[in-house]
Ligand binder design. Structure first.
Ligand SMILES: [Zn+2]
Ligand SMILES: [Zn+2]
Ligand SMILES: [Zn+2]
Length: 355
């Protein structure tokens, strides 16, 4: 994540709607990939110092779950990120206590926007299922259905046919820590879920058509292995004893497609962290898609620093994973796939400009 500054000079943050120093309204412009101060000009329009003209996202106005802007000339009511939603957690439920669905949705959107920020920064082209019914992406944020305190219909977080479903209770800290403990995971984060499931989507709808896809099996193994059998086996027997040698997480050993999604998830995590680290002067260079070795080298050092800082605070390690040589090879493949895709998008854009 880059660092951003208000017109008043104060540092402002990706998640903010107002400057903490001068109170200016802030919004995220997905075109420039920056959070910017804006000034109200009436009739729901805002302008930036650079001359941009915007509306607030409809989900900002209606629910306060967003801080992204819609360029004034666009016909959409929702921002780029919110237009990928198909189902949102029910906001009409009332009851005693805080509106839990609001907080769940808010946290899910925050994580989704951070992931989109990283992808936009890479010039990664992502299309919503509303704009491309065949290959676009949509999100369902769903909740378990309960009757008299019992779950009668539980929602599984996962990916299927262009739709990423997230069980909204993943946004609850207690639920997530409990699931992490039951599943014996080293880390379980909301943004991690988004990254992982997006990995499945991208492979299914985008990457599998690239020439580099022909090498998937050399890196991750037999992709056509029966998925359900493999997953059932994993939950019955657990990971192989030496899983650390070849996999970034125990779950990655369950099936080649899960190995792909987990490795892709870590690639994006490392990319985001290295960008942030460079912005704060902790590393010597930005992360690179084409020089994976350098990025991994920087990340290994930074991860140790992060873990030691966390231990000083009294928290668990921030990055409790080991990037072995074998895992680094898998990360290199993820980088090659992303690089090929970004280059193909750029080539198409250049062609359409010359036509
Ligand atoms: Zn300010
Ligand atoms: Zn929005
Ligand atoms: Zn998965």
């Amino acid at each position: 994540m880059k660092r951003f500054y208000c017109d008043c000079g104060a540092e402002i943050f990706f998640e903010n709607q107002h400057c903490g120093k001068c109170g200016r309204t802030l919004g995220f412009d997905s075109h420039s990939n920056k959070i910017i101060p804006i000034e109200y000009r009436g009739h729901e329009y805002y302008v930036s110092k650079a001359g941009g003209s915007y509306r607030l996202c409809g989900n900002w106005i209606d629910f306060n779950t967003c801080n992204w802007l819609v360029p004034r000339e666009k016909p959409h009511r929702l921002c780029f990120a919110c237009r990928f939603n198909r189902t949102i957690p029910d906001q009409t439920k009332s009851g005693i206590g805080p509106p839990k669905n609001f907080f769940r949705w808010y946290r899910l959107e925050e994580a989704k926007r951070r992931l989109f920020y990283t992808l936009l920064g890479m010039k990664f082209r992502l299309i919503s299922g509303w704009d491309d019914k065949e290959n676009g992406l949509l999100f369902d944020f769903m909740e378990d259905q309960e009757s008299e305190g019992q779950i009668v219909n539980s929602v599984t977080t996962g990916y299927l046919a262009g739709i990423i479903t997230i069980n909204s209770k993943e946004a609850d800290d207690v639920e997530r820590v409990q699931a992490r403990s039951v599943l014996n995971e080293r880390q379980r984060t909301i943004v991690g879920h988004f990254r992982h499931e997006l990995g499945h989507y991208c492979w299914d709808k985008i990457f599998c058509h690239l020439p580099v896809a022909a090498f998937f099996e050399n890196v991750f193994g037999e992709a056509n292995l029966n998925y359900q059998d493999s997953i059932d086996q994993y939950y019955k027997k657990g990971p192989p004893k030496n899983w650390h040698d070849g996999f970034i997480s125990a779950y990655a050993s369950s099936h080649p497609s899960e190995d792909w999604a987990e490795t892709w998830n870590h690639f994006l995590l490392i990319y985001d962290c290295l960008e942030t680290a460079y912005e704060f002067g902790l590393t010597s260079a930005y992360p690179s898609i084409t020089d994976l070795s350098r990025s991994v080298l920087m990340w290994r050092e930074l991860a140790v620093t992060l873990n030691q800082l966390n231990r000083s605070i009294g928290l668990n390690d921030a990055y409790p994973f080991i990037i072995t040589r074998r895992v680094e090879e898998k990360l290199r493949y993820v980088a090659a796939v992303i690089n090929e895709y970004i280059n193909s998008v750029a080539a198409v854009a250049a062609r359409s400009k010359t036509v």
